[in-house]
Design a protein around this ligand. Structure first.
Ligand SMILES: NC(=O)c1ccc[n+]([C@@H]2O[C@H](COP(=O)([O-])OP(=O)(O)OC[C@H]3O[C@@H](n4cnc5c(N)ncnc54)[C@H](OP(=O)(O)O)[C@@H]3O)[C@@H](O)[C@H]2O)c1
Length: 239
């Protein structure tokens, strides 16, 4: 069995890319705190699967747009796993909203998920954990400015900036990097032919695999001289 490498808190970690990163980390010897909101069954199934790698797995349920839950999450994770040394800000909401359709509550939701929660969790990680890594999940679409997703794009751009600012603020004890996926998994609510259109405009002529994301995660964790790096994992689509 792998010696324990530390412990990771993954927000929105029960399904899809969060799940893949969790299993990858369990195989690398991390214990896990999997935060989820609605995906209880998936979280339970992931917990069993990750335990097979010898990982201690803790599940924490809550809505990250609820300020009191969000502010308590990192202290709770640190109590569950005192050896916490990795935070992955992965939880996200993704749906089209144009400028004309943007209302204050929609704006609040996108900015709570993609800026406020990552910022407060990063602050608390720095306060409570002596050293480690923070990984923010951004999106290579931020480089294409699709205005049909205006508040989503704006909030993920803010997360790119937060990555650079916190990398500068938190060194040398804490490295902060981001992964910017292209089209890896179809959106939960989305249009089936988006993937084909995306592939046609992508130099590498395919969509991504979850293993492309876990490989990016591993390379950010394994290179001790990387901080403030945004690793675009998009087959060149942004170009
Ligand atoms: N999939 C892609 O191809 C792709 C492309 C570009 C960028 N990304 C980025 O990569 C990351 C992972 O992608 P993904 O597609 O796996 O993400 P996702 O399925 O869209 O979202 C991840 C999780 O966020 C959680 N979440 C949503 N609203 C929440 C709330 N109010 N409070 C707490 N948690 C909430 C959900 O948890 P529950 O299910 O438990 O409710 C969901 O499973 C995201 O940050 C995404 O923006 C992904």
């Amino acid at each position: 069995m792998m010696p324990r490498q530390g412990a990771a808190l993954i927000t929105g970690g029960a399904r899809r890319l969060g799940r893949a990163m969790a299993l990858n980390l369990a195989a690398r010897g991390y214990d896990l705190i999997i935060h989820y909101n609605s995906a209880e069954e998936d979280a339970q199934a992931l917990s069993e699967e990750a335990s097979n790698f010898g990982a201690a797995v803790h599940l924490v349920q809550g809505d990250l747009s609820d300020a009191s839950f969000m502010q308590n999450l990192l202290p709770q994770a640190k109590l569950l796993c005192p050896h916490l040394n990795l935070l992955i800000n992965n939880a996200s909401v993704f749906f089209p909203v144009s400028l004309a359709e943007t209302e204050l509550d929609t704006l609040d939701l996108f900015f709570s998920m993609h800026l406020k929660a990552p910022l407060i969790l990063s602050r608390d990680f720095a306060r409570l954990c002596e050293q480690g890594n923070i990984i923010n999940m951004v999106d290579s679409l931020t480089l294409k400015n699709p205005v049909t997703y205006l508040p989503y794009i704006l909030s993920k751009k803010a997360l790119v900036d937060l990555t650079e600012l916190t990398a500068k603020a938190l060194g040398p004890q804490i490295r902060v990097n981001a992964i910017g996926p292209g089209y890896i998994l179809p959106p939960v609510t989305g249009n089936a032919d988006v993937g084909e259109r995306w592939i046609k405009r992508t130099p590498l002529q395919r969509s991504g695999e979850v293993t492309d994301i876990t490989a990016a995660l591993n390379s950010l964790l394994d290179n001790p001289f990387l901080t403030g790096q945004i690793l675009w994992v998009d087959g060149g689509h942004r170009l």
